[in-house]
Design a protein around this ligand. Structure first.
Ligand SMILES: Cc1ncc(C[n+]2csc(CCOP(=O)(O)OP(=O)(O)O)c2C)c(N)n1
Length: 314
């Protein structure tokens, strides 16, 4: 499960892209180009990229209300993603979903989800489909520490365990469910111990360390593919707030005194990227975002005739 230098550089690019994309989207929302909320993902890039790097393009994921990072990590094109946030018909969901309902079935992104904990049973369904088809596919459910207090978390872990579903549960524990601290709302310090109740492996990893996340995910994915069933991985993360100012380069954000390493510069340092390589990578990211914003801005706003498209019944 070793990664080549090119693969690691691509992982770095995706992390830097996620960081810059959410900030660019926030800027665009302040300018009035994005009508729906943009959720901060800064600080959580390593969990999204580390997990998705362990997946095949045909594997499937489900996300949360905060899934711009998961979508980019899974390989969604930036133009249609930005257009979705703009609410335009060239968006990946025709502009009907916005940031909280990003999906792209071709790329295995089954959906961000405005319902906390709503993605877990959907991922179980995808895992069951892969199991029945014998496709060797794996499904990953991303969710937060808040979601691990929901009934869907517990019922889905139980079902996945008894049916040995080929899936991986990835809890991004950033210590908060919006304004409710995990120290108040969680009965345990580590969400991973909840795996014991469902007789599946559970482990906690440093969510700022993309290679640690990748290694944990690779083992869990291999286990799932070989028919041994699900794993619960808890990535301890921190989430940084979005800021109104856009530095010329993707920002390296303050850790807020938590001692949590900012995953993007930490990975650049681990890779030994020099200033020239970093500048080049960041230039590429900014260029890609400019293209994405141009693509988004050029798309038509949905008309009344679009209201009944993309629905099961009209
Ligand atoms: C079923 C449900 N209950 C409540 C909410 C309101 N809500 C939106 S985000 C959120 C907190 C989620 O916390 P967590 O799962 O830890 O994710 P994070 O925001 O930290 O990424 C809540 C309670 C919701 N969207 N859905």
């Amino acid at each position: 499960m070793s990664l080549s230098p090119d693969q690691m550089l691509e992982m770095y690019r995706r992390m830097a892209t996620i960081r810059a994309f959410t900030h660019r989207a926030y800027q665009e929302s302040l300018s009035g180009n994005i009508p729906s909320p943009v959720q901060a993902t800064g600080g959580e890039e390593a969990s999204a990229v580390g997990v998705c790097a362990a997946l095949r393009p045909t594997d499937r994921i489900t996300g949360t209300h905060r899934s711009i990072g998961h979508a980019i990590a899974k390989g969604l094109e930036l133009g249609p993603l930005m257009a979705e946030l703009y609410g335009r018909t060239n968006g990946c969901c025709g502009g009907k979903g916005g940031a909280m309902h990003i999906a792209d079935f071709q790329r295995g992104m089954l959906g961000a989800n405005g319902i906390v904990g709503g993605g877990l049973p959907i991922a179980a369904g995808a895992a069951l489909a892969a199991q029945l088809e014998g496709s060797g596919g794996v499904a990953v459910a991303f969710f937060g520490d808040g979601a691990s207090n929901e009934g869907t978390f517990h019922s889905t872990l139980n079902l996945a365990s008894i049916w040995k579903l080929p899936m991986v549960f990835v809890c991004e524990n950033n210590g908060w469910a919006i304004a409710v601290p995990a120290s108040y709302a969680l009965s345990v310090t580590d969400v991973s111990v909840r795996a014991v109740s469902y007789d599946i492996p559970g482990l906690t990893v440093d969510g700022s360390d993309v290679l640690a996340v990748y290694e944990a995910a690779s083992h869990a994915v291999a286990r799932a593919r070989s028919g041994e069933g699900p794993t619960l991985i808890e990535c301890k993360t921190r989430r940084f707030p979005l800021t109104g100012s856009e530095p010329p380069e993707p920002p390296s954000l303050d850790d807020g005194g938590s001692g949590y390493a900012d995953p993007v510069p930490a990975f650049a340092a681990a890779l030994g990227l020099g200033p020239g390589q970093l500048q080049e990578a960041h230039r590429e990211v900014v260029r890609a975002l400019d293209d994405a914003a141009e693509f988004a801005g050029s798309g038509p706003v949905p008309g009344p005739e679009d209201a009944l498209t993309g629905v099961f019944a009209g």
